[in-house]
Design a protein around this ligand. Sequence first.
Ligand SMILES: [Zn+2]
Length: 379
Amino acid sequence: MYRKFTAPLIFNGKDFLEPGLSLVTDETGTIIDITAEEVSDERYEGILMPGMVNCHCHTELSHLKDRIPKHTGLVGFVQQVMQQRFQPQEVKEAAINSAIHEMQQQGIVAVGDICNTSDTVSHKKKSSIAWRNFIEVTGMVESTAAQRMAEAEAVAGAFSEADMVPHAPYSVSPALFHLINEKNRRLISIHNQETPGEDEFLMKGQGDFLKLYEQLGISLYAFNASGKTSLQTWLPYFTHEQPVIAVHNTCTHDEDLQFASASAHAMFYCVCINANLYIEQKLPPIDAFIRNRCTVVLGTDSLASNSQLSILEEMRTVHRYFPHIPLASLLQWATLNGALALDLNHLGSFETGKKPGVLLLRGLENEKIAARTSVERLI
Ligand SMILES: [Zn+2]
């Protein structure tokens, strides 16, 4: 049995279609056709759009909701997460379960999820979300690189599919970057240039991160400052033309974006605007992304640094601070670009044969995502 949806506007993942068309799916949601035929079973007021993609989350940290103070700066935030991440297993599992439920309710159909543990495995199996699991590897001490990789591989073994990724440029040694480059030739995700201290640390070996490592009792005697910005230091470690999702980028400059564009990597810049405001009270350089024709995607980051896991809320905040972004661009970041970044080609757009989910977006004001804008899952 086919379902036929009509609304004043249909966004197909890239463009708004001409008025008067209907979207046809089978009962499972596979797109059959977009047709001009008049009769329609289901008429809605609003915008029909594909399901949304959350390119950056840490579902396993959901128990940290409302636990970490705002505006601590990144170093303070990392310390807080390290102190608070250990909670009773049942507390963590209940929080993971409700976070996944929340994302499904919010119209999210795929998630790029950072994992340090296997806590989420059983919950993911039960959910309808498509997961790209990124096993996060950290370790600044060169001599422990092989051991750190082995530990991450043990976590990865619990998942049906997972890729090894570096946590951040300031927390992974060159030796460990080389191991990750050999293990993961498919898709890299990395927290990038989230705080001014990151460039300072990698360029000159100075700043807040030295304090952090001192407090952690980690010796950096073998660390060599590169004299280059963070992005320009770490990107060349990847020699297999892996696509890269660079997350946050709040301190990324035009020269970094141009450096990356000149490389062989497909680059996806993941905006997590609510987390940036939560941790550092900073905005991502969205105008620089547009100026440099970057591919932008959206992420929520974790409930440690966000009040909810909702791509609609991320779009709402982007439009609050960047009202000049065209609605179609913002919706493309939330749908097709995210599916491309996670290499989930059956999602992200209304094309025959795909099964991207069908959402109804309502309550826009002057073509902006506003306070009263809501999303509802139709499929
Ligand atoms: Zn993150």
